[in-house]
Structures are given as structure tokens and as C-alpha cells.
Ligand binder design. Structure first.
Ligand SMILES: Nc1ncnc2c1ncn2[C@@H]1O[C@H](COP(=O)(O)OP(=O)(O)OP(=O)(O)O)[C@@H](O)[C@H]1O
Length: 232
């Protein structure tokens, strides 16, 4: 469904990702791991169209979307939940979700069904988003993205700043999203979480793929994550 080939992207002179290739199938889940600054967020931003690719291609549902705008990619079903959640803090949870209705594609996800998926978000619907806990905000951000009925959901560091128990609860919802045929590409610094929830792990080191595959050995992941020198 999503096929990235030889993808590179840069901020001015700084090339942040180089020659990345990966594939995510419909209903599949792939986790991108790596240390701070490895290029994980850059990869998601480039796939979502917020950053222009300098080389390589992004194919989605059989079409080349590399040159399309963020808006057009979203219309086709590529939806990003950015790092930091970016909710409208002064609006209620319900209002934040209502805004997403304007970008709604057809599918099972609606206000009712995302409230069912995240009962805590439903309970907090009349609260200002800025007053919610980090976990509640993250659930709201995922709910907002789902309302668009994405074909592929890009999740940037769901666990950032959250207690492990909350992260576990959020990740436990993912199989219900995958069941609908949505693919998920997520970024995660926590290797154990990444391995637990994904079919496949893709490790970045200084912008390049250092390891990728299924059922990877922990020692290999550690070398790929930190670089060979760090573990030597
Ligand atoms: N807006 C930007 N302008 C310039 N350089 C940037 C920008 N955003 C990121 N970078 C640089 O690009 C590289 C990759 O950053 P990126 O945020 O993609 O890494 P990351 O793996 O997501 O790390 P983190 O876990 O810290 O978010 C880093 O060297 C970073 O300093």
C-alpha cells in the first residue's frame, strides 16, 4: 500500500534522511526506531508531504505521490499525528474532533466510533483540550486523525512524556484500528514497545537505515540503534 524507495530529505544543507526504502501493507504495522536526531520525525514528515523529498519516491495505493501537496496526500488517506499532538488547547475535545470532520473520507470512523474506541476521550468531550493529561491529549490526537478515515496512519512518538501504563493502553487500541484495514507506520524510541506492537521494525541511525526486518535479535537492534562504537 505504502512503498518508499530511496527516499532522502534535507533541511537546507543538512540531509536528515538518506536513501530510505520500506513498505507497509494494508492492515500492517511497522515501527521506525532510532535515537534522538536519527531522522524518524523527518521520515514521517516527508511521507506526509510537510517536507520535500530530495531523492526517491513515495508510492501509495499504486500511484506516485512524491510531488503531491500535504493536503492532497491527506485526501488520499495519508494522515499524520505529529509529535506534540498539536490540538487546539482552548477548544473543547469535541470541537477539536469536529474540525476533523471537514477532512473526513468515507469509512467506519466517525465521532461516535472514535468515542467508542477511546471512552476516556468521550468522557472528556466537554473539557478544554489544553486541560487534559498528556495521555488524554494523545488519545484525542489519534481520535482526530482517525476521523479522517486514513488508509495509512503515521504516528509520531505516541509515548513521548507519558507513563508506561498509559502508553500500553494507547497501543492496545491499535489492533482495532488495523482490523479496519488501515496501515500504521509509527515512530518509537522505546525498542521494547516498538517490538511488541509491530510486525516489523526499521531502525535509523544518523538518517540511514541501520537494520530492518521481522523478529530481530536484541543485540543486533542495540548495535543498529546506537551505532557499533557504542556497544563495542
Ligand atoms: N526544522 C528543522 N530544521 C533543521 N534541522 C532539523 C529540523 N528538524 C530536525 N532537524 C535535524 O534533522 C535531524 C533529524 O531530526 P528528526 O527530528 O527527524 O530526528 P528524530 O529521530 O525524530 O529525533 P527525536 O526523537 O529527537 O524527534 C537532526 O539532526 C535534527 O537536528
Amino acid at each position: 500500500m505504502l512503498e518508499i524507495s530511496g527516499l532522502s530529505a534535507a533541511y537546507g544543507q543538512l540531509t536528515a534522511i538518506r536513501d530510505i526504502s520500506l513498505t507497509v501493507e494494508s492492515g500492517g504495522i511497522l515501527a521506525v526506531i532510532g535515537a534522538n536526531g536519527a531522522g524518524k520525525s523527518t521520515l514521517l514528515k516527508t511521507i506526509a508531504g510537510q517536507l520535500k523529498a530530495t531523492t526517491g519516491s513515495i508510492r501509495f495505493d499504486g500511484a506516485d505521490v512524491t510531488a503531491l501537496s500535504t493536503h492532497e496526500r491527506a485526501r488520499r488517506g495519508i494522515v499524520l499525528v505529529p509529535e506534540g499532538r498539536r490540538l487546539f488547547g482552548s477548544l473543547t475535545v469535541h470541537e477539536n474532533l469536529q474540525i476533523a470532520l471537514s477532512a473526513k473520507r468515507s469509512g467506519v470512523w466517525s465521532l461516535e466510533s472514535v468515542y467508542e474506541l477511546f471512552p476516556l476521550v468521550a468522557e472528556r468531550r466537554r473539557r478544554r483540550a489544553g486541560d487534559l493529561s498528556g495521555g488524554e491529549q494523545q488519545a484525542t490526537a489519534i481520535a482526530r486523525a482517525l476521523i479522517a478515515n486514513p488508509a495509512v496512519l503515521l504516528l509520531d512518538e505516541v509515548s513521548l512524556g507519558l507513563a508506561p501504563a498509559i502508553v500500553g493502553q494507547l497501543y492496545d487500541r491499535l489492533p482495532l484500528i488495523l482490523e479496519q484495514g488501515t496501515a500504521i507506520l509509527l515512530v518509537e524510541q522505546d525498542v521494547a514497545q516498538a517490538r511488541r506492537v509491530s510486525d516489523e521494525v526499521h531502525c535509523l541511525l544518523q538518517g540511514r537505515t541501520s537494520l530492518a526486518g521481522k523478529d530481530l535479535d536484541l543485540a543486533d537492534i542495540s548495535r543498529a540503534y546506537f551505532g557499533a562504537e557504542a556497544t563495542a
